[in-house]
Design a binder for this molecule. Structure first.
Ligand code: F6R
Length: 268
């Protein structure tokens, strides 16, 4: 894991933006894994700004989102399709036919839908860079605590903590789904690079469990300890409970020197 600690959330956004821009400008047919939630909104804003400034084009990009609620369709303002359209897709030149979310409409078979999502990712050549947020309970995607570390795209029942955390986004008369389709942990681990963004004090415990804790289904994000290229971007607050804080700061200084000497090389 490469843990990089920044002074504030804006610097986390700036660094995440650089990763996406580098991938898109470097690879002819990039495949991006995308997340929803509050954390990546600033990243999407920044990408839209860069697109409008002519610094990148999403024309050849394919995207796969981590998850989608069950029981509401893409026209519902609470759906993750709607979120992606409003925060990114509607503002850039991505071909929406190449943007995918793991859906399962009424009457469809969730198992088949899950398998077909996995197949689509494979057919696109696999995910180059998967953007992730982290739940206060350590979830990634909607892989809630106790999710199998070998899981693939499937239905998950959301925990009460996740429902409570996300209830801030629903008006009192709006239906809040309790089920979702989500990429599995093994699906996420298949990505060539994973880039997890975490900001704010309320993520500090989950971040500690992910990085310092034992590898355990109790904290699904700890599975990233097994990933060859997991980049964890934190602001100071999210990093505040980490053990070895001094080591990460020291290692970051060394990494900057290594990058200056040998250049950045991401093997997409
Ligand atoms: C969203 C997702 C979730 C969020 C997590 C953090 O697609 O997969 O794992 O990344 O719940 O959400 P925020 O960023 O709202 O704190």
């Amino acid at each position: 894991m490469q843990v990089i600690i920044f002074d504030d959330a804006q610097q986390v956004t700036n660094n995440a933006t650089q990763w996406v821009v580098e991938l898109i400008n470097k690879k002819p047919n990039p495949v991006l894994g995308l997340a929803t939630g509050s954390t990546p909104i600033s990243l999407y804003k920044s990408l839209v700004t860069k697109y409008k400034a002519g610094e990148l084009s999403f024309k050849n990009t394919t995207s796969f989102n981590l998850d989608e609620y069950l029981g509401i369709d893409g026209s519902n303002k609470q759906s993750y399709r709607y979120f992606m359209d409003k925060n990114l897709f509607d503002h850039v030149d991505i071909n929406k036919n190449n943007t995918f979310l793991p859906t399962c409409a009424r009457g469809e078979n969730p198992r088949e839908q899950g398998l077909s999502y996995e197949e689509s990712i494979k057919k696109a050549g696999g995910i180059d860079l998967q953007i992730l947020g982290i739940g206060a309970n350590g979830h990634i995607g909607f892989n809630e605590p106790t999710s199998s570390l070998a899981s693939r795209t499937r239905i998950k029942t959301l925990t009460q903590q996740t429902l409570d955390d996300n209830s801030r986004l629903f008006k009192s008369d709006e239906f809040q789904p309790t089920l979702a389709m989500t990429m599995g942990i093994a699906t996420i681990l298949d990505a060539r690079y994973v880039l997890l963004m975490a900001t704010g004090k309320n993520k500090a415990k989950a971040v500690k469990d992910m990085i310092n804790g034992p590898l355990s289904a109790t904290c699904p994000s700890s599975a990233l300890q097994l990933h060859e290229n997991a980049i964890i971007l934190l602001d100071k607050e999210a990093a505040s409970e980490l053990e070895n804080l001094d080591y990460y700061t020291w290692a970051n200084t060394q990494n900057r020197k290594i990058n200056q000497e040998f250049g950045l090389y991401h093997n997409y």
